[in-house]
Structure formats: structure tokens, C-alpha cells
Design a protein around this ligand. Sequence first.
Ligand code: FMN
Length: 219
Amino acid sequence: MYLTFRPSAAAAVAAIILLLAPAPAAGQDPKPIQLPPAKTEGGKPLMDALKARQSARTFAPDALAPQVLSNLLWAANGVNRPDGRRTAPSARNWQEVDVYVVLADGAYVYDAVGHALKPVAAGDHRAKTGTQSYVADAPVNLVYVADMAKTGQSPAEERDLFTPADAGFIAQNAYLFCASEGLAVVVRGLIDRPVLAKALNLRPDQKIILAQTVGRPTK
Ligand SMILES: Cc1cc2nc3c(=O)[nH]c(=O)nc-3n(C[C@H](O)[C@H](O)[C@H](O)COP(=O)(O)O)c2cc1C
């Protein structure tokens, strides 16, 4: 038995309809995107993926196929068990790190339970996800945001130490998926956080920890 999210046939049809819909015109609000079900089999053996894991800083500008984006997000922090737990561990099972997905046509937050992208901002905010030039043209920038409201009454030291660790596990999952799929990827801490927080409409208790750029390698 596979312990993965499996939407109904109706949801799968809805996903196809949404994914075939034209990208929103400039100034138009982006719509929610139901991702196709992740393909959770195959890929490189773990030891081969570890041998291939590396950072890249040049990216082809082409968008990733919806299936690749779906697989990437599931690998990074998708639901992998019936009780809603994730591919990445989190301290006290807070599940406090949200994966924001900044694409050319809008910014979204990944809803792991629904395996969908919920819009958070219209327009192209890729350039605001980092201080290095390649982020503006790479097709996908993931942003790892800790929702401190989900860390309860834990001592401040735990919250400060554990939330970056939780983001690191997600980033490493994404690194290994990219290594397996031959995608280019780099995790990034060089971010103008106030600028990006504003672009993503974050609350004050949401903390940007890291970003990660993903795309196809340049030839
Ligand atoms: C917490 C963290 C922050 C990083 N920030 C950046 C960054 O802002 N920009 C960048 O180009 N690389 C960044 N990197 C990538 C490192 O430079 C890279 O992992 C390191 O040079 C080793 O290369 P490798 O990943 O290919 O092994 C970061 C890595 C980590 C773990």
C-alpha cells in the first residue's frame, strides 16, 4: 500500500483543467492551482543521489512541468503518512515551516494536505527572493517561512534553534530530489528579508529562514 495523498478522479480532472488554464495576465490575481498527484516511486537510488548532490548558480529560464513541480514539493515537505506527517521531520511535529513557491506568474504557498498551491501575491516577485541575480530568471524559488504561531509556548531558545533546523531538512529533501532528477538547485540565505516578507504578505510572526532556487541546468 502506498501511503501518499491520492485525490479523487474529480480532483485529478480539476487539476488538469487548472494546469491547462492560461497564466494570469499582469495585474490579474493568480488562481489556486491543484497540483497533479506526485509520482512517489522511482528516482535514483539514495546513494547515487547523494553522490550527485551539489549547488548550481546558473539555471535555464524554462518553467518546470507541473508534474516536476508536484514531485519537487511532495519530496520537499509533502504528506507521506495517513496521519498527515511529512517527508521532512519537524521539532515536536510543529510542521511550522511553510514552503512558499515564487513563480513568474505569482507567489503561492504550498498546501501539503491538499497538494495544491494557494496564491499569496500576484505578479513576478522572483527578483525579491534573493540578492543574487540568477534568482530573477530561474523558474522556481522556494522560500521557507517559519510560522512562529505554530511553535506554541516552547521556550524561545528551542524556537530559535529548531525552526532553522526544520527548514534545513526540507531544503535537503529538495536537494536530493533535484540530484535524482538532474535539476539545478541552490539553497540561499542571502535574502533581503523585509522586502521579501512584504512581497509575500507575511505576518510579523512569520520568519523567512531560507530560500532555494530550482530549475533546469543550463546546457
Ligand atoms: C544555510 C546556507 C545558506 C546558503 N546561502 C547561500 C546563498 O545565499 N547564496 C548561494 O549562492 N549559496 C548559498 N549556500 C550554498 C553554499 O554556498 C553551498 O552549499 C556550499 O558552497 C557548498 O557547495 P555544495 O552545495 O555544492 O556542496 C548556502 C548554503 C547553506 C547551507
